[in-house]
Ligand binder design. Structure first.
Ligand code: SAM
Length: 288
């Protein structure tokens, strides 16, 4: 099968099947072999690996994955793409295509079945509207994951990688960094896709920590505090937490907890590190 990384081959397949792009599925297919090579290289895929690909499209990246991995499972929601994938992946015996919404797939079960429950690699050029639920779903449901190498909207990649003090720093940065080490691998301009998206994209790799980045006695409370801090970004942390219906501590208790951690009572959430949020949740947890 011809390399779909070459635009003329992608066009030929799309024409042959009279394929209509579906906006609701975020369909922007990669047509740049250099970007495909970069993703495969960043994911560090070897012949030992089982790889889950989310949203294979017409199978462009899937071909590259099949060339490098032991086994690939590709989950594609759009049933119109299934006959195309049958043709474009015909030459590979190490791939299974599942026609399903990834949010409905039992990924834990898949990792068990295909990889004996050992950590899997996830690679995807994601539809941007479900980036966060997919990534957080993988982390929160404790799927055994080694790394996630994904194409996302550039701004989202920057938010995932941001640290305290940056305008991009927020609940997504902290959630991702609690579970993994993010690293932006490359920026990818719209002309690397067909059709061209309106926004810039970036490849980011999230390497899962062996154990969570910080120790917290109450993970749920820590994330409640994080969300409340960034919901009202311009308010002080004391006011932001005090205004949150999810957190019942009084203003005095919150101020007292900050003092105990050696933090200024007028501090804003955006100045706190993940460690400080963990400590704060440990102290506040005793009042609730
Ligand atoms: N991987 C291909 C490539 O790089 O050219 C296609 C990437 S395109 C940005 C996203 C793909 O994800 C599309 O094929 C789309 O149909 C599929 N998709 C969208 N939502 C999905 C979902 N919930 N579950 C599985 N696949 C989905």
């Amino acid at each position: 099968m011809a390399d779909l990384g070459k635009p003329q081959n992608t066009i030929a397949v799309l024409q042959k099947y009279h394929f209509n792009f579906q906006k609701k599925f975020g369909q922007n297919f990669l047509i740049d072999p250099r970007v495909l090579e970069k993703i495969i290289g960043a994911a560090g895929i070897t012949r030992e690996d089982f790889v889950l690909e989310i949203g294979p499209g017409i199978g462009t990246m899937t071909q590259y994955l099949c060339e490098n991995a032991r086994e690939v499972t590709a989950v594609e929601i759009d049933r119109n793409l299934i006959p195309i994938l049958e043709e474009t992946l015909h030459d590979y015996e190490n791939v299974e295509v599942i026609n399903e919404d990834i949010l409905k797939v039992d990924i834990n079960g898949l990792a068990q079945k295909k990889n004996g429950g050992n950590p899997i690699k996830v690679v995807a050029n994601l539809p941007y509207y479900i980036t966060t639920p997919i990534i957080m779903g993988l982390f929160e449901s404790h799927v055994p994951v080694d790394s996630i190498t994904i194409m996302v909207q550039k701004e989202v990649a920057e938010r995932m990688q941001a640290g305290p003090g940056s305008k991009d720093y927020g609940a997504l940065s902290l959630a991702v960094q609690y579970y993994a080490k993010p690293e932006i691998i490359a920026n990818v301009p719209p002309n690397c896709f067909m059709p061209r998206p309106k926004v810039g994209s970036a490849v980011i790799r999230l390497v899962r920590h062996e154990k969570a980045a910080v120790q917290t006695e109450n993970e749920r409370l820590m994330f409640c505090i994080i969300r409340a801090s960034f919901n009202q970004r311009r308010k002080t942390l004391v006011n932001g937490l005090n205004n949150s219906p999810e957190i019942s501590a009084s203003k005095e208790q919150i101020a007292g907890a900050l003092e105990k951690l050696g933090l200024n009572p007028g501090i804003r959430g955006e100045a706190l590190t993940l460690e400080q949020f963990a400590e704060l949740s440990n102290v506040l947890g005793h009042y609730l």
